[in-house]
Write a protein that binds this ligand. Structure first.
Ligand code: UDP
Ligand code: MG
Length: 336
């Protein structure tokens, strides 16, 4: 069993040596305990402008199990994670932040859960006292809002998670460019498990998520997972349309009672009516645009975890299911 550890780094020169030391000790203790057979640590340098890359290069030179991917510029946290996971060669891969806010010690429990059959193990923060008030409030509002719009999210789970090989292979089949990983994994199916932890204080340096990055991250999450905002057009248009009809009836009643203002109905009613009809049809148009958007992402229609007695396997019927990983790999293909 080999474990890959994926760490995105953006201007993290102050923390890398420490995280590497912690992981080195931890991984070797796991090998001693025979929890894993081997490991690799993949650092992804997301276009850092400080000394991150030289530090990573030195670590890679000193130890073959340390690998480094360096981007040509700053592509962002989610693309960095994606690159790391694509290059992970282990039977399991765990991703965590470079700043030690996600305590690496819980990887042990994650591995155990994976061995017990979970394909995706989510790290969930049950204590965020170390975060600022603003970070906690904005994160909570975001999770609530996303859930309201029907996006499947794990509350208080960020990007600290462990994936089995089948989950990693499935991940590689997602062809979309806009990536919101914490929405993608829950949409994949698979058996999952949750390990909770206390979010620590950043080991050194400051947050690399500026307000601008946070907002664009939230917008990405919303627009890549739900057509809810598009549907609003239809709902509002329909309400407007109904209001115009009611107003029309009210005008006729008024007219019959002889209290109508001349010219009012012929100006105001069409405004409401056509406003409503237009919004409604923009809403319908949006449904199709939304469909096109979902189609161009080329998400897998289904994900097979394993097959039994399919193809050249001569196992003994359903009573003797035999896992056939070769077929899984052949069928799924990897399309980065
Ligand atoms: N990160 C990255 N690219 C970016 C921003 C952040 O690779 O453009 C990395 C960063 O180095 C860290 C992780 O993403 O390992 C999480 O960032 P940070 O700790 O600054 O976010 P916070 O914990 O404050 O939300
Ligand atoms: Mg952090």
């Amino acid at each position: 069993m080999k474990l890959s550890v994926v760490i995105p780094c953006f201007n993290e020169e102050q923390v890398i040596a420490e995280v590497n030391k912690r992981l080195y000790t931890l991984m070797n203790s796991y090998i001693e305990k025979e929890l894993i057979g081997d490991y690799e640590i993949i650092y992804v340098d997301d276009g850092s402008s400080d000394g991150t890359l030289p530090v990573l290069k030195r670590l890679a030179e000193a130890d073959k199990r340390v690998k480094t991917i360096s981007f040509s510029g700053n592509f962002g946290h989610q693309p960095a994670l994606t690159a790391g996971l694509y290059h992970a060669g282990g039977d399991m891969a765990v991703s965590l932040d470079a700043d030690l806010q996600d305590p690496p010690e819980i990887i042990e429990e994650m591995i155990r859960r994976c061995k017990d059959g979970a394909d995706i193990v989510y790290g969930v923060r049950d204590d965020r006292q170390e975060d600022t008030w603003f970070k906690r409030a904005s994160a909570m509002a975001f999770y609530k809002f996303m859930t309201m719009m029907g996006v499947n999210l794990i509350y208080n789970h960020a990007d600290y998670r462990l994936l089995s090989r089948p989950a990693l292979d499935a991940f590689k089949r997602y062809g979309e460019v806009n990536r919101f990983l914490r929405g993608m994994f829950p949409s994949m199916g698979f058996k999952h498990s949750i390990v909770t932890y206390k979010r620590e204080r950043r080991f050194a340096g400051t947050t690399k998520y500026t307000l601008k990055k946070m907002v664009s991250f939230a917008v990405e999450g919303i627009t890549s997972f739900t057509n809810f905002p598009l549907r609003l057009a239809f709902v509002l248009g329909f309400i407007n349309f109904l209001a115009a009809i009611a107003l029309g009836i009210w005008t006729i009643v008024n007219k019959l009672q002889g209290s109508a203002v001349p010219g009012w109905a012929s100006i105001v009613l069409p405004m409401y009516l056509f406003g409503g009809i237009q919004l409604m049809f923009i809403g319908i148009l949006s449904e199709y645009v939304g469909k096109i958007y979902m189609e161009v992402k080329r998400r897998p229609v289904f994900i097979i975890r394993e097959t039994y007695n399919l193809g050249n396997d001569s196992g003994g019927g359903v009573s003797n299911p035999r896992r056939n990983k070769d077929i899984f790999d052949k069928n799924q293909g990897n399309s980065p």
